[in-house]
Design a protein around this ligand. Sequence first.
Ligand SMILES: C[S@@+](CC[C@H](N)C(=O)[O-])C[C@H]1O[C@@H](n2cnc3c(N)ncnc32)[C@H](O)[C@@H]1O
Length: 299
Amino acid sequence: MHKLKDLINQGRNALSVCYERHEAENVLKMVFSSALSLDSKDLIMKADADLSDEEYRKIAGIFGELETGKPVQQVLHEAWFMDMKFYVDKNVLIPRPETEELVLWILERFPAMDHSQINFLDIGTGSACIPVSISKLRPSWNIYALDVSGPALEVAQKNALSHNVAINFSLLDILACDKTALLSLLNPSESNNENLFDIIVSNPPYVKDSEMSSMHVRVKSFEPHIALFVPDEDPLVFYREIALKSSQVLKSGGSLFLELNEALSAQLSDLLLSFGYKDVEVRKDFFGKDRMISAVYTH
Ligand SMILES: C[S@@+](CC[C@H](N)C(=O)[O-])C[C@H]1O[C@@H](n2cnc3c(N)ncnc32)[C@H](O)[C@@H]1O
């Protein structure tokens, strides 16, 4: 038999190797909550309780994986976004709090009462954290999402299913596809491509290859590089393609929302203006860093 308190101490030791103290405590709580449904109070009140061999092996196995540097969300296969639980694995970026702020900005711009029949597209959807949360909070919208990664789309489908929302997913490379491919998402059986998008959002890869070495091992060794990195010589590659193609498939007055690296905000504003976008607005995240940009396209 194993005492819960012994396992808690074992976990603290294991986590102290790869986490700051405060972070380690949070990870510890996440592990016990997810694996044994024990909350912080239980960890104190039931410290002397005995665990079965099976429970012990399960938790010890989790700590072993965490010691390798694997992110806790990938070990537990769960990440929280907009108060919703998402399945995650090695094929998708772990949803970030900054991206919640992007979603909140969209919701603020498009209040629930208005805009009942919005056509909404997420480019590079990953876990589908953006379209699933938007779909939950704006159920009347028509939601589309694409990604170049088949395995990521499998995760996205799984999350749409578990949250019981209807999202039209497509396997598409935004760098290689043309306007027709994007319009066919909305108009699968029509030749005139009448329908256009009201809102396009993307959190594209934006970390320069050269920045990889300075990133935390949890990110660079475990999260998909296809979701993160862009060539040093062309860090705006995704933004350029997305801005160009969005200008071709947005309704007049349609909105583009993008997450960005603070170092790119000035360049990105100029890029959007050069493509004819108006009302370009940069927003800071919770930490006061330029983190997102929106613009309106008028034909
Ligand atoms: C930074 S992640 C964002 C994931 C998710 N939207 C989020 O915010 O958590 C970028 C996503 O873009 C996808 N991606 C990379 N290259 C792409 C391409 N050429 N066309 C479409 N999607 C692409 C990746 O697979 C990844 O899921």
